[in-house]
Design a protein around this ligand. Structure first.
Ligand code: WT7
Length: 650
């Protein structure tokens, strides 16, 4: 959000108390670790991997023979759920709480690691009973209830590939993802709550899979087993209640041996074209990397910590830092179903107090909302259990960082600003608390094993440029499902295909700290959710009155970025602007989801274009941000800009 992040030069050292107990207790220790990891990555990652359970040891840690299709731990076999569950039980920690779950209406549940084991195995056996098997693709469209984590782990247990679809996505988004992944089943729930309102998820799934011949089964978890289900439709033979299908099913299920490079999951994310990409993650490397990043970034102490990540499992943050990373570390965590402001604006702080949360990980957009709602909601709760804070998903403005530091962290908790992506699988740039002093707004330094640099177009290091990752790392994406060419052209197009290109701009300051300046492609980050402008544009042009549109990202006080759409209607199109606006908004809800609604839709007769017909988005951004216009001489018709300006303000 901030234009000149490096004008920020406050430095916050970890307290001596925190550092003395931390896994990485000093800057020197971090430097040694980072240097060692880059000097001999195979040795480094081999040692970390040895801390985990494998069914068969690997032959080779890193296979670069088909770069950029890198492979990790080839020849090795494991099942990630052995490390998430069984290992802790074998170590005598089956009684430790794995999940404190809090429902939005105030219901709650406690699951120990032994409970998770039994539930995951029962779920896994139920999937098998329904005919699902290793290698099958299974979509999961569940709210933040324990069954979301359990279903995800159950798929992994039997070697099925899960494709979790965030439950805020629309029916059409479900359809696109289910078809692309050829999913054989969907796991959903009858419903959930959002700010007290019922959401009928099963019915959204029905609409989504109506034209998906690949779907054979729909497995439905009942949100309130003790009450009447939410209103729903039913298709006999296809639909099954989970509690009925699971009756009499065994609570022991042997974990399927998986090759290190067997696919663990697909997760769809937006890119700069209209079609979301299915990001592929595999078993071994993802397992090792999420284990280590969770342990070091959050300085996890499983015997005493209560960790809470407020993300949804529907995004990568929830995959890596609710399900797989924290559980591999055997930590106790909180999982919450609903909105941060329901029933009151202090709901999160009430939960922190109730469960004595020690580590809290959330998004800058949430922090900005808390700031706006007022300090009184925070100060009335006892947050003294907190010892570490984190942020994820978008750049954090120094003002929000300072508020988080003071109000939530009582000026004593380190803040880890973690930069990473769906594609990277785990944290890439982040302070390691206890070792790295923080600066408000900087994701600071690369995680061990990560060779990050700021480069210009030619690949030379520079101060302000594009972020590059110059070496493969274990949890990197293995490709885009069904589209190896797109994988190469999206991520390995720059710098002669030598380095990974994440699509973010960055600055490296005099302390070698990294500052992310935002995306350099046509991807907008709205409240930490990635939306491709092309995705919205392709929705709009389906409207019969729309000839063309251009969507841009603009700064937004709470969301970080918001979307603004410029829409050209067809000459002689029927209707008026208010009607079109309503119809277009409804189309976004239907085709993507409400979270992708634009802040503003501006109708006009023309767009600023070059003589060759290319829309000049830079000018649209200047108009939206009320900046003096840059060079307009390349415009085919310079007068367009003035009329657009007037339209935008009006
Ligand atoms: C994009 C990835 C990371 C998991 C959640 C989002 C932006 C992410 C930060 C941060 C500045 C950040 C980047 C990145 N981003 N974290 N700490 N500081 N920007 O995952 O949907 O794959 O989005 O989010 O632009 O490329 P995602």
């Amino acid at each position: 959000m901030s234009d000149t992040p490096v004008a920020e030069n406050r430095l916050f050292e970890p307290t001596a108390d925190f550092a003395s107990k931390a896994h990485v207790p000093s800057l020197e220790a971090y430097k040694e670790l980072h240097a060692r990891s880059l000097a001999d990555p195979e040795k480094f990652w081999g040692e970390i991997a040895s801390e985990l359970t494998w069914l068969k040891p690997w032959d080779k840690v890193l296979d670069e023979s088909e770069a950029p299709f890198y492979k990790w731990f080839t020849g090795g076999q494991t099942n990630i759920t052995l490390n998430c569950i069984d290992r802790h039980i074998q170590a005598g920690n089956g009684d430790r709480v794995a999940i404190y779950w809090e429902g939005e209406p105030g219901d709650s549940k406690v699951l120990t690691y032994q409970d998770v084991h039994d539930e995951v195995c029962r779920f896994a056996n139920t999937l098998k009973k329904l005919g699902l098997d290793k290698g099958d693709s299974i979509a999961i469209y569940l709210p933040m209830i324990p069954e979301l984590a359990i279903a995800t782990l159950a798929c992994a247990r039997i070697g099925a590939v899960h494709s979790v679809i965030f439950a805020g996505f629309s029916a059409e988004s479900i359809k696109d993802r289910v078809l692309d992944a050829s999913s054989k089943a969907v796991i959903t729930a009858d419903g959930t709550y959002r700010r007290g309102k019922e959401l009928l998820l099963k019915n959204i799934v029905d609409e989504g899979v109506a034209d998906c011949p690949c779907i054979e089964k729909v497995l439905v978890v009942q949100r309130h087993p003790e009450k009447e289900p939410f209103a729903h439709d039913w298709k006999e033979g296809r639909d099954f209640w989970y509690h009925e299908a699971a009756e009499g099913v065994d609570s022991v299920c042997e974990a399927e041996p998986m090759d290190a490079e067997d696919m663990l999951f697909l997760l769809y994310t937006s890119g700069s074209t209209g079609k979301p990409k299915g990001i592929m993650h595999t078993t071994g490397g993802y397992m090792v990397y999420t284990y280590l990043t969770s342990k070091l970034t959050f300085d996890l102490k499983p015997e005493s910590d209560v960790y809470w990540c407020t993300a949804d499992v529907g995004w990568i943050t929830g995959h890596s830092y609710i399900v797989y990373g924290p559980m591999q570390n055997g930590v106790t965590q909180v999982m919450y179903e609903g909105a941060p402001n329901w029933p009151g604006e202090d709901r999160f702080w009430e939960i922190v107090e109730k469960y004595k949360v020690t580590i809290f990980y959330t998004a800058p957009t949430a922090i900005r909302a808390f700031m706006k709602w007022g300090d009184q909601h925070v100060t009335k709760h006892d947050l003294s259990s907190l010892r570490l804070l984190g942020t994820v998903g978008e750049p954090i403005n120094p003002e929000a960082w300072m508020w988080y530091h003071k109000l939530i962290g009582s000026e004593k908790c380190p803040i880890v600003d973690t930069w990473w992506q769906t594609e990277t699988g785990g944290h890439m740039l982040t302070p390691i608390p206890g070792a790295i002093a923080t600066k408000p707004g900087s994701a600071t330094v690369p995680f061990p094993g990560i060779d990050a640099a700021v480069l210009d177009e030619e690949g030379n290091e520079c101060e302000r440029g594009i972020l590059a990752i110059r070496k493969p790392w274990p949890s990197m994406l293995r490709g885009i499902y069904g589209d190896p060419e797109r994988y190469k052209s999206t991520y390995w197009c720059k710098w002669g295909g030598k380095y990974y290109f994440p699509g973010d701009g960055a600055i490296k300051d005099e302390h070698d700290y990294f500052w992310i300046t935002g995306r350099v492609d046509d991807v907008v980050n709205v409240s930490g959710h990635r939306i491709g402008t092309a995705e919205l544009e392709s929705v709009f042009v389906e409207h019969p009155s729309v000839a063309e549109s251009a969507v841009i990202g603009v700064p937004h006080e709470i969301k970080g970025q918001g979307l603004v759409a410029f829409v050209i209607t067809r000459t002689g199109a029927e209707g008026d602007e208010d009607t079109w606006r309503k119809e277009l908004t409804a189309m976004v809800d239907k085709k993507i989801g409400k979270f992708a609604r634009p802040e503003k839709i501006v109708f006009s007769n023309d767009l600023p274009k070059t003589r060759s017909g290319k829309i000049m988005r830079r000018l649209l951004r200047d108009i939206a941000e009320d900046r003096p216009l840059g060079n307009v001489t390349t415009l085919a018709d310079p007068s367009v800009v003035d009329s657009l300006k007037a339209k935008y303000k009006g």
